[in-house]
Design a protein around this ligand. Structure first.
Ligand SMILES: C[S@@+](CC[C@H](N)C(=O)[O-])C[C@H]1O[C@@H](n2cnc3c(N)ncnc32)[C@H](O)[C@@H]1O
Length: 241
């Protein structure tokens, strides 16, 4: 795993992109920047394996370089399944393909280089959207969630994980503070933390837990849970009856 030092030197900060340079260090970046990333992905893969219905599809929206897909292959073992993995970053998907080449049974994974906004969703028993909705414009989020709900089969599950903001200003500041403490503990300097924050400004647009819950309710989900929460990171589990 190459070390993420992208923001270690002073620079004129450009808006964040999932380009070649980021993909080279993506695993180091995400493990050092997302609390409990490994635990979260493992449990999501377990949940996906648990809720998967034969002859249905699992969608991984914003699949990046395949960390969820590789976990899922382990969880599913010999069980046949169909994973549709979608991302609009070609460097991410190139790395995903290379990683799949090194494992067995990877023909159960279909990779799509397209925008989540373009993909046709159908016959889904599981939809995973891990740390990705936050990169879509606010204007398309309601419609995407509605399409996810409509594509889910009865008994299907949506796993949604997001960086969130607290609606209370003081608690929001506290969450940010503790998040930057985590990044510092994980070896990022003050300069790296502030330049990355600037790069993500207007690119990663977080919402509050209440906004997510309201949207999930509006599109039709009646059974939802926050199954994982760490300050400004929240994972929702949503069942379709
Ligand atoms: C933080 S990463 C997601 C991490 C990944 N789900 C995981 O668990 O390791 C966000 C991903 O969403 C992708 N992405 C952002 N906007 C997208 C869009 N409109 N369509 C498809 N992929 C998108 C990015 O290319 C990037 O790979």
């Amino acid at each position: 795993m190459s070390e993420d030092s992208i923001y270690s030197q002073p620079q004129s900060v450009a808006p964040f992109e999932f380009n070649d340079r980021v993909v080279q260090v993506f695993d180091d970046m995400i493990h050092r920047s997302v609390p409990m990333y490994r635990e979260s992905l493992k449990r999501q893969a377990e949940l996906a394996a648990h809720f998967y219905q034969p002859n249905s599809r699992i969608y991984d929206l914003g699949c990046s370089n395949g960390n969820f897909g590789l976990q899922l292959l382990t969880q599913m073992g010999d069980r046949p399944f169909a994973l549709e993995a979608i991302d609009n970053s070609l460097p991410m998907l190139n790395q995903y393909r290379q990683r799949l080449d090194a494992v067995d049974n990877y023909d159960q994974v279909r990779i799509h280089h397209t925008s989540i906004e373009q993909i046709d969703l159908q016959s889904a028993s599981v939809v995973v959207i891990n740390l990705t909705l936050q990169f879509l414009s606010l204007a398309v989020r309601d419609q995407l969630l509605q399409r996810i709900y409509d594509a889910l089969l009865p008994g299907g599950i949506l796993l949604l994980t997001e960086k969130v903001v607290h609606e209370d200003e003081q608690l929001s500041a506290l969450q940010q503070d503790w998040y930057y403490r985590l990044k510092k503990e994980n070896g990022y300097s003050q300069l790296e933390i502030s330049q990355k924050r600037d790069a993500l400004e207007n690119v990663l647009i977080p919402e509050s837990c209440e906004q997510h819950q309201q949207r999930l309710h509006n599109v039709g989900f009646r059974q939802t849970d926050i199954w994982l929460k760490w300050f400004n990171f929240t994972s929702f589990l949503c069942l379709k009856k």
